[in-house]
Design a protein around this ligand. Structure first.
Ligand SMILES: Cc1ncc(COP(=O)(O)O)c(C=O)c1O
Length: 403
């Protein structure tokens, strides 16, 4: 017969790729010592040049030595796409060279060993088990993955997706699009400026009101950890608790959290957490993780079905077609730089610098409205631009203080 008709495709047994089976076994049980790669040359060179840690002054000098940013500009839009550390970019280049030296060996073996090390480092940063952390390219992919996974499950009693009025635009688009496709609705908690200006109290009251009225209908709550516009470090632990108490599944969008705030992901109590690494950890672009609570992993599949199909959570996420993992492989380099400077020192510097920069713009642009400075630990503030006619009026940046 020149064809076959399969009436029960669910009985199909996908072929097992031995290289992917090896990678997921190592992800499950840990890498044997013999397979553990040494730190890349970029990290070793960096450590050799800074044997006692980075003790240069943070500010202009650190920008010059550690980043590739144009020295003539004061780059204020870090929250959008981050800025890559020089060492992370060098590590990325090194891995790209390895890939092109021997593509098959790299893509079917060594990439997984290096990726395992990177996932372990990220897991330790967020106090998680690396078996629950999968690599993705950005937070948008992760949020799409979870929305698809949660909505695939039947739950006719719960027909609302919960967001807020200042959920990141791309995520809000997804919530409305997915709800429309599934004949569901969206519960949008309103957080206008006057509510935000009341701080956590105002935010918690707005959520309490929405959840009291509609909590029993919410299937998935998508909560920003650090909302980007206006920038707000949300009272995330309390919000997760409220949504879980209402019986909703909770996804925390921590796109801005890693590097900016201290994180213990499992202790938040959400089912799902995602964060970008290319923003505040300053890795190469295209590195984010998705953490999924163990009990949920059977229900979450990647958006792309490929060789790992049916072989478990990790195998499915580790292979979604041929891809360039070099941004993810730059993560240990970025973590090495952060550790060498000190996460706390960086956060203290960012908070104080944020405050003085916002103050400078506020004075220069004659506005009283500065949002986000109270959440200094979240690294971002928003200052309204002056009318075009009086723009630009800003003066030189304040001198670096000693950090
Ligand atoms: C709160 C929030 N969520 C998600 C994203 C999306 O990040 P990415 O474009 O890296 O997917 C952003 C980007 O700025 C954001 O601010």
């Amino acid at each position: 017969m020149a064809y076959r008709v399969v009436r029960d495709p669910s009985a199909y047994q996908p072929a097992i790729q031995p290289w992917l089976a090896r990678a997921s076994k190592h992800a499950e049980k840990g890498l044997p010592e013999a397979a553990r790669p040494a730190p890349c040359k970029a990290i070793l060179d960096f450590q050799a040049t800074h044997p006692d840690g980075v003790n240069i002054q943070l500010g202009a000098e650190a920008k010059k030595q550690l980043f590739m940013l144009d020295s003539k500009i004061h780059y204020l839009n870090h929250g959008a796409y981050g800025a890559c550390l020089r060492v992370a970019a060098e590590a990325q280049q090194e891995f790209r060279r390895q890939l092109e030296n021997e593509p098959t060996m790299f893509l079917e073996a060594s990439v997984f060993d290096s990726l395992q090390v990177a996932r372990e480092e990220v897991a330790s940063l967020i106090h998680a088990d690396s078996r629950d952390v999968v690599p993705l390219t950005n937070a948008t992919v992760a949020v799409n993955t979870i929305v698809a996974g949660v909505l695939r499950r039947e739950d006719t009693d719960r027909d609302l997706i919960m967001v807020t009025s200042n959920t990141y635009n791309a995520v809000k688009n997804l919530a409305f699009h997915a709800a429309a496709q599934q004949s569901m609705g969206v519960l949008e908690v309103q957080l206008p400026l006057d509510t935000l200006l009341q701080g956590d109290k105002g935010i918690l009251a707005a959520f309490a009101e929405a959840l009291t009225a509609h909590g029993s209908k919410v299937r998935l709550a998508i909560l920003d950890h650090v909302a980007s516009f206006p920038p707000v470090h949300m009272p995330i632990r309390e919000l997760v608790g409220m949504c879980r108490k209402a019986g909703a599944k909770v996804l925390v969008d921590g796109a801005h959290a890693v590097g900016a705030v201290d994180l213990d992901v499992p202790s938040l109590g959400a089912e799902y957490y995602t964060a970008n690494l290319h923003k505040w950890l300053c890795t190469a672009k295209g590195a984010a993780f998705l953490w999924v609570a163990r009990a949920e992993q059977d229900h979450i599949r990647p958006l792309v079905i490929s060789h790992g199909c049916g072989q478990g959570f990790m195998a499915e996420f580790l292979w979604q077609g041929t891809q360039d993992w070099s941004a993810w492989l730059s993560v240990p380099a970025a973590i090495a730089v952060y550790r060498s400077i000190g996460f706390d020192r960086i956060r203290r510097y960012n908070a104080l610098r944020l405050e003085s920069a916002a103050q400078l713009l506020k004075t220069g642009w004659c506005t009283d409205l500065v949002l986000g400075v109270k959440a200094g630990s979240a690294c971002m503030a928003a200052v309204p631009l002056p009318p075009l006619a009086s723009f630009p009026t800003v003066v030189a940046a304040p001198p670096d203080k000693q950090f």
